[in-house]
Design a protein around this ligand. Structure first.
Ligand code: ZN
Length: 549
């Protein structure tokens, strides 16, 4: 049996080598040598149509649109629509109910403390000694990822890397069995990692850090790519009281000088388009140094562009900064395509581009145009509910936490004070439901019975996890968010947060437009089908057959 297997293997490997000679001109029927996953943090689907006339390259976003496939109605099938959950859903094809990532952070009902999505006390930083910034790994993710399945399919011969400004944007997409994940340390201005992946940074990462690109990017400043009239015609005013000022309150719109941050404030680059340049340059360095896509064993490179999220939170979707950020990101993506063509060869790789979530309008911008919207504050709500419970002769400590619209009660305290659960729920529900901006408060475990349209209550069920979700779930009205007086946020099931782009290009991809409804959880099973490998363990999606040849 064993000899037979070995013979089979030898024959098959000889046959496959004979069919697919190692060259950049392989036949279209062979599998991609490299899959590149791109997540654009906070990208709304409608940006592609809005910004299309202003993209300076036909080879960035438009290469996907014109030569690849675009799924125009791709939705997020769970709440909360935030970064950690989004990256996990893309790469696991699953939802918080199964993969366990219920937020960027969550209140753990058993440990009774807040947990950050990628925190791991059992590892230490690599590339920056003693910093908590590297005590991170994917151990909190409970299901497998695309990268894990690619590796399982070939006895772990594939190479899998994740790169992002945000730790969670690099770590989660790279998966459990990754060769490396690298994220940006805002203190040192370097890309770092953790001992989960190895004792030292690879030489090419140290070399990249040695250039300290952040300083030379700061020196350039942030200037508009196109003439002012383009921004005036397509955006809200350049400076508004409802925009935040992440680059300093003294800077009143364009152009932004950044040279004042050289040598000291390395976190600021995240709120400029240059954060994308840093990530793309790291990705290109990985491509060359790790020889990704150079043989017939499929590799995975997971790239997440975080800067659009930082820019979007501060300035909103209708700002000059967002439009200019996407014009510049388009050029970065065109450059990335050029590197892939050169390094891996056209037809030898497949790329998908999506987002982890989208974003709402800034509430005061919405109000200015008579569109519904406003703020609610989870921290004030927690205080108000605490006072209310004291008035009722109970304890304010009964509210353990309010996070991502989840209210967690302190169950041990409820037991010791002999508080009736139904009474407590009733008091809290009645108080919150009379506030403006609230649609209803539902009991999380009973979400399947909630009086909401079926596809929306299903998103609450998909997001519910007994260990990491609350007892009650607050459903806001459209346009309302937990946030600050300036800037905007995301996290709910309305279309402005849940409708994201999904673009495909390359080996195995059929050119075209798909207008039927798809879900973010369909991405992983589509990649699995393309590669002929198992779907990630918790995947609930279906392959999008319209995009596959
Ligand atoms: Zn965000």
């Amino acid at each position: 049996m064993r000899i037979y297997s070995i013979l089979c293997f030898l024959f098959l490997s000889f046959a496959s080598k004979a069919q697919a000679p190692k060259s950049t001109q392989s036949s279209a029927s062979s599998k991609p040598k490299l899959v590149v996953g791109i997540v654009v943090d906070q990208m709304r689907w409608d940006y592609i149509n809005h910004f299309k006339p202003y993209f300076t390259s036909q080879q960035g976003f438009l290469r996907f649109v014109n030569e690849g496939a675009s799924c125009n109605n791709n939705l997020i099938p769970y709440v909360p629509t935030v970064t950690a959950c989004g990256h996990t859903a893309v790469y696991t094809g699953s939802t918080p109910a199964l993969h366990g990532i219920t937020g960027n952070q969550w209140y753990d009902n058993y440990k009774q403390k807040t947990v950050y999505c990628v925190e791991d006390p059992n590892v230490v930083s690599v590339g920056v000694e003693g910093s908590p910034a590297g005590k991170m790994s994917p151990v909190n993710v409970w299901t497998t990822t695309i990268g894990d399945e690619i590796k399982l399919a070939n006895n772990f011969k594939s190479k899998v890397f994740g790169i992002s400004i945000k730790d969670r944007g690099a770590i989660i997409p790279a998966g459990h069995s990754a060769d490396g994940a690298f994220w940006y340390d805002s203190k040192s201005g370097n890309f770092i990692s953790s001992t989960y992946y190895g004792k030292n940074l690879p030489k090419w990462v140290s070399e990249f850090n040695g250039q300290h690109r952040v300083d030379s990017l700061y020196a350039k400043g942030w200037n508009l790519s196109l003439v002012k009239t383009v921004y005036e015609a397509n955006c809200d005013g350049d400076m508004n009281a409802y925009e935040a000022t992440p680059l300093g309150a003294e800077q009143k719109g364009f152009p932004y000088t950044l040279s004042q941050f050289i040598g000291k404030d390395y976190g600021k680059i995240a709120s400029t388009p240059y954060g994308n340049n840093l990530v793309a340059e790291m990705a290109e360095k990985a491509l060359v140094s790790e020889q990704l896509g150079q043989d017939d064993i499929t590799d995975l490179l997971a790239i997440s562009f975080s800067s659009p999220d930082y820019i979007g939170h501060s300035f909103g979707p209708n700002s000059w900064e967002t439009l200019d950020g996407y014009i510049k990101l388009d050029a970065v993506i065109a450059q990335l395509f050029a590197s892939l063509d050169k390094q891996v060869g056209k037809n030898n790789y497949t790329v998908f581009l999506t987002a982890d979530h989208a974003v709402a309008n800034i509430p005061d911008f919405a109000k200015k145009h008579k569109i519904p919207g406003g703020l609610i504050s989870e921290s004030s709500l927690k205080k108000e509910l605490g006072n209310l419970l004291i008035q009722k002769g109970m304890s304010d400590k009964l509210i353990g936490a309010i996070n991502e619209y989840n209210i967690h009660f302190n169950h041990p305290l409820m037991d010791s004070l002999d508080v009736d659960q139904d009474d407590l729920f009733e008091i809290v529900r009645n108080y919150i439901e009379q506030k403006p901006g609230i649609l209803q408060v539902i009991e999380s475990r009973e979400a399947a019975e909630a009086p909401l349209p079926a596809q929306l209550r299903e998103r609450i069920v998909n997001g519910y996890n007994p260990q990491r979700s609350g007892d009650l779930f607050i459903v806001t009205k459209s346009g309302y968010m937990d946030g600050y007086p300036t800037g905007t946020n995301h996290g709910v099931f309305y279309n402005y947060d849940a409708h994201i782009p999904l673009l495909w290009y390359g080996n195995g991809i059929k050119k075209g437009q798909v207008n039927s409804i798809n879900y973010m959880t369909d991405i992983a099973p589509t990649v699995s089908t393309l590669l002929g490998i198992q779907m990630p363990s918790g995947s609930i999606g279906k392959p999008i057959l319209e995009v596959l040849k």
